[in-house]
Design a binder for this molecule. Structure first.
Ligand SMILES: *Cc1c(COP(=O)(O)O)cnc(C)c1O
Length: 363
């Protein structure tokens, strides 16, 4: 037997993250609706800032991301001292779990919660615990019932990916009040920029109210900058201090910082992105209904479409769409084998999806 290095307990229990596909058979240009990337693409001003900063790529970035944190603070009315930036919110999810949980500890999230939570939990050697959902929505009372002395963190994606559902500001407050005070509540608000419901809250007031709640945000979805890897946390001072100790000193590139500042300043592009999404959120499910298909109610930039268990199945639809160079996201890995998640893309793209699904249902 050869002796070889073995990873820490937990690492080999990780089911590696499988990203949305980006190519289709035949090498045609695909319609990529598998990763919830903003339909309008990035702000032209962000692209310009990125190109300008390319000349300086021999310089290390500002490790404190001072200008970017100031721009985030200004745009969202927050205190820049309580913001920490990361290489995508995925990095911040991993850092929070690494900092607060280890072997013997539990990390709690809901049944259809985002897959990065179990991945980062196993990587830290901690134990993932899930609470059942009701009607494809996080169930606050079920989460509270699963929390105990070992629960170091509780993650709630709000809105959730892949379901598209959200819990109200009142439910979020009930969750915070019902969780033990030693449990760090992480509100992953990756799609907050899209939500216009007035009973929704991204959680800022809960972060402000104590020392045990964090809000995570990203530039990957509505800002359509996933390729640059940029996310941020809004946190109480004690958690900011912890994140700044465990993160890499230069975890956010200078190019991402420059593009992020420019994107935040381009309010017109943000308004256009939100307005486009509102239109698609109303139009696309109505078109599906005409085909006898239904989508779960969503407040994000994607919908989860339900297919019959036999005949016109989700797996068959996935294959049919792929053959038409349309890439949806299969979500069987979430325990949702009868659904496909489809990002709300540009209008022309969504019309192609409707045409393809029309043929699929007739075929
Ligand atoms: C996309 C997504 C993220 C991760 O985004 P980053 O690209 O890492 O910033 C985090 N949480 C949820 C719920 C997401 O859908």
């Amino acid at each position: 037997m050869t002796i070889r290095p073995e990873p820490k307990p937990g690492v080999m229990e990780i089911s590696p993250y499988v990203g949305g596909k980006s190519a289709v058979p035949g090498g045609r240009k695909p319609i990529k609706l598998s990763s919830n990337e903003g339909a309008l693409g990035p702000s032209p001003k962000a692209v310009e800032a990125l190109a300008k900063s390319a000349m300086d790529m021999h310089r290390y970035p500002d490790g404190g991301a001072v200008a970017l944190r100031a721009a985030i603070a200004k745009r969202f009315g927050l205190d820049a001292e309580r913001i920490v930036c990361g290489a995508g919110s995925d990095e911040l999810i991993a850092l929070l779990i690494k900092a607060y949980a280890g072997p013997g500890d539990e990390v709690l999230y809901s049944q259809y919660g985002f897959v990065m939570y179990p991945i980062s939990t196993h990587a830290a050697g901690a134990t993932p615990v899930t609470a059942p959902e009701k009607g494809y929505r996080s169930d606050v009372e079920a989460l509270i019932a699963k929390a105990g002395p070992k629960t170091k963190l509780c993650f709630v994606a709000n809105p959730n990916n892949p379901t598209g559902s959200f819990i109200t500001g009142a439910e979020l407050k009930r969750l915070r009040d019902g969780l033990p005070p030693h449990t760090l509540l992480v509100i992953d608000a990756a799609y907050a920029e899209y939500v216009s419901r007035n009973d929704y809250s991204a959680g800022v007031e809960l972060v402000d109210a104590g020392a045990n709640t964090v809000m995570l945000r990203t530039f990957s979805k509505m800002f359509a900058m996933g390729g640059l890897r940029l996310g941020w946390a809004y946190a109480p001072a004690n958690v900011v201090d912890v994140l700044n100790r465990v993160r890499g000193p230069f975890n956010v590139s200078a190019q991402a910082q420059a593009a992020g500042v420019a994107a935040l300043e381009d309010l017109a592009h943000q308004d256009a992105s939100r307005a486009h999404n509102e239109r698609m959120l109303a139009w696309f499910p109505a078109e599906l209904a005409k085909l006898g298909l239904s989508a779960l109610p969503s407040v994000g930039n994607f919908v989860l479409i339900e297919f019959p268990k036999a005949g016109k199945t989700a797996a068959a639809a996935n294959e049919f769409l792929m053959a038409r160079a349309i890439i949806p996201r299969a979500v069987a890995n979430y325990g949702l084998p009868d659904f496909l998640r489809v990002t709300l893309g540009a209008e022309a793209e969504m019309r192609e999806v409707v045409a393809a699904l029309t043929d699929f249902m007739k075929a």
